[in-house]
Design a protein around this ligand. Sequence first.
Ligand code: ADP
Ligand code: MG
Length: 698
Amino acid sequence: MRTVSDYFGCKVFDDRVMKATLSGKVYSSLKKTIDEGTELDISVANAVAIAMKDWAVKNGATHYTHWFQPLTGITAEKHDSFITPSPDGGVIMEFSGKELIKGEPDASSFPSGGLRATFEARGYTAWDPTSYAFIKGKTLCIPTAFCSYSGHALDKKTPLLRSMEALNKQALRILRLFGNDTAKCVRSSVGPEQEYFLITKEMYDQRPDLRFTGRTLFGAKPPKGQEMDDHYFGVIKPRVAAFMEELNEELWKLGILAKTEHNEVAPAQHELAPIYTTTNIATDHNQLTMEIMQKVASKHGLVCLLHEKPFAGVNGSGKHNNWSIATDQGQNLLSPGETPYENAQFLLFLCAVIKGVDDYQDLLRISVATAGNDHRLGANEAPPAVVSIFLGDELNAVLEAIETDTPYKGTEKTQMKLGVDVLPKFNRDTTDRNRTSPFAFTGNKFEFRMLGSSNSIACANIMLNTAVAESLKIYADRLEGAKDFETTLHEMIRKTIKDHKRIIFNGNGYDDSWIKEATEKRGLLNLRTTPDAVPHILDKKNVDMLTSHGVFSEAEIKSRYEITLDNYCKTVIIEANTMVDMARTQIAPAVEKYTADAARSAAAKKAIDPSIVCGFETGLVKRLSILTDRIAAGADALDEAVVQLGNADDIAAESAMIRDTILAKMSELRVACDEAETLTAKSYWPFPTYADLLFGVK
Ligand code: ADP
Ligand code: MG
């Protein structure tokens, strides 16, 4: 029998294949580029291209593509075949180093947020050798970064790689100060837990809202939702199990370390978690995972919904971004150490995260801001829009002891003197039980839980890496000039705790009293919606910080601001238009038909015997007639409100109008339609209901 280890990574041009197919000289030169980011010589690129093509062709590929991640949030590819005519009328398969290194897709239709208008119309893709090439279908996919000719990033990968470099640079400075002269680089790693829903394709096809927007825009609450808690970790249904089996196999072939799978809280909701890996690879893998989930689902007659809130009233889907930083020697810098010195280093990195998250709460919030995620944050299944950090009682007590120079109660020691005492061993279990925190320390990593299920993880990690790099830079600047390293270190850690402890919250993040405390007492930001959050990316402190690390240029920040808000507006407008259409052409006519039939039935009964009361029909006709009028009026009002958006001066104004008027009108229309659904006979209802959708997969 074929075992997983036989086929794991069989579609990836990974280290094993490189070793086997490249000459020693070419291999070591490529390896140096991958590990240390050195420039790749064109002769090496040519040799790699030939080996890659031969391997790909042998494995069934006919085409190649530069695979990239434009600002649409999904991946893009344009296939070119390897064929070149040969003089004898046949073809040979060719691929050059030049084609490997650089591509020129027609960039004009990708969002650029004004960058292309101001600068250069064309863009190019550049090979990212740190992420392995792979075969998808019959195409060799080469992971690339996407830039304009003037060097502006038009994608999510370029700034991600820059942010990793910024973190690497500053973290190495700190490590050197702690006497580590051997680490060559520091990388952040991520394990993203991915939630999703599975529904049947047959029902999906009957719902324009799902097809056009990825979520249901109507739907009365079903008699049973998630209240019984009987789905979480429950037995996986055969059809879902078959889907998961094939999904795992496809992911494993692509070298993706799919590890954990289970049912989630909501009916029809599931989760997949991979083993963590380097951030840019984890990002590529997560994009691929989402794509393959959808492909495999469709082979099973299912649809995989990645929307953050496909159903009102039941949990939405998020993505937990487990994040840590480690040296190339495998030392996890967020893991409490064994020696006093290691502990001091751990506390400094911990403080860098605390400071970074507090100083740049807004950037973290912005990094997860989408129309879909706005429905989820602050609802009952996800952290609020307020960013805070959970550390757990033990670690919190340690920090308090350091701040106040008082004895730490967890040990017999009288004081927590940095660089002298050993930290207590944290029991991993005690650190991982708070599920309500947006940013939780879980023993040796942080889990950022605000991401929406469809978000690329690139944005969150760009902000996280850079914010922490900024703290480390400030620390390194101070420590490098310090006369007394230990005292300066101690004081810096104390000061960080004192200045930033407002961001630490170990209580229940879902509690309303927390929002009050966070905003009123602690002065934390509560950026509830995307239009509230995104403009803050232009704040001077954010622009200064991001540009100083070379992660974004000012023009790139501006472009991302435009694109994020534009995307928000377009998303909601499509939803509004879909609602108007469904209300007018499906729901109102269905309700009307049922009403007319009830009226006819009453009239027929009265014709037989005028003394028949017909209370049911009369009541129904009255209630449904009122509702039909409300539905018609609601659709008109929403339609008109969308037209009014044309008057907005700019994208900020438009997004604010959407937040303040369109969403409210959508909700009014929905309430009327959902009420009508509860009164209308099922056989009249024009599409599958929540109960059908949520419990339809057997
Ligand atoms: P849970 O959150 O359910 O307790 P785990 O702690 O086992 O589960 O892991 C959740 C995710 O965190 C997995 O994807 C795992 O690979 C990832 N993870 C574990 N260690 C690290 C690390 N050092 N850096 C980044 N991610 C990590
Ligand atoms: Mg988790």
